[in-house]
Design a protein around this ligand. Sequence first.
Ligand code: 13P
Length: 337
Amino acid sequence: MPIRAGSYTDELVQTAKTIASPGRGILAIDESSATVGKRLASIGLDNTEPNRQAYRQLLLTTPGLGEYISGSILFEETLYQSTTDGKLFVDVMREAKIMPGIKVDKGLVPLPGSNNESWCQGLDGLASRCAEYYKQGARFAKWRTVVSIPCGPSALAVKEAAWGLARYAAIAQDNGLVPIVEPEILLDGDHPIERSLEVAEQVWAEVFYYLAQNNVVFEGILLKPSMVTPGAEHKNKASPDTVAKNTLTMLRRRVPPSVPGIMFLSGGQSEVEATLNLNAMNQSPNPWHVSFSYARALQNSVLKAWQGRPENIEAAQKALLIRAKANSLAQLGRYSA
Ligand code: 13P
């Protein structure tokens, strides 16, 4: 195993194992202020700091959440926020046995010389930001880059995505944060599932090539892949069994068993669809913990129940627990709709 500078290796391995523990997964609430603004707008709320704080407080103070949720990814603003009675969110999380995580990328910009594709910024100053986030209580990080099937993907875009992820992963590990490696292959397009499988294999091959070149400790990372599905505009929808078969084929071909956890994104699937697909993947033993790191598939019904009204907080927290428990059961392969 490569020894990383700063000798966080043992702690990284332990952190990754804790997040990838049976029946638990990640609650992703790391939407940028612009993106969470869209969620708030969907229930008629303005995108103000107090509204963002109120929403994140509702989510993070849900009683009993730690039974199903082992970690939550935060946006930088949330990492430094407190509850209305003055307790830091990171302390609330620690008491609930939910590890604080932090989104560290700086978002997507156009990739010159590509086919209208993008690349992910954020390597400049990353080491010092990671060190600060660790001090504030973060123990894992996330970097999301995207690959578009309808736009190619071009060899250049795939290489850039993979190299950026690998550089980020090495820097995060040097600073004690377990990197979540997320090359999101977007659902957009009318391609069949076979094309998604082909692209996913190409992307993950390159990601692991550069992770190895950067001496990243595989035992101290987590992956956040897209499930292998047909494009969103394809004429046929795939059953959970088909999604599971294709996704597991990709993982078995590309992901070493030393990686502790595969924490899927929901990528625009409905809440129940995301749960059923995860459940199908856990019908037989896997070499890795196969679980969830959902944002929309955990939050959609919470927002609907909340509507920004204090009297609905309890109902909204119940809605979160229902989805968290369903996905916990799916992680164990025991969910039925
Ligand atoms: P979705 O589950 O909504 O696709 O979000 C994934 C993500 O990357 C958030 O961290």
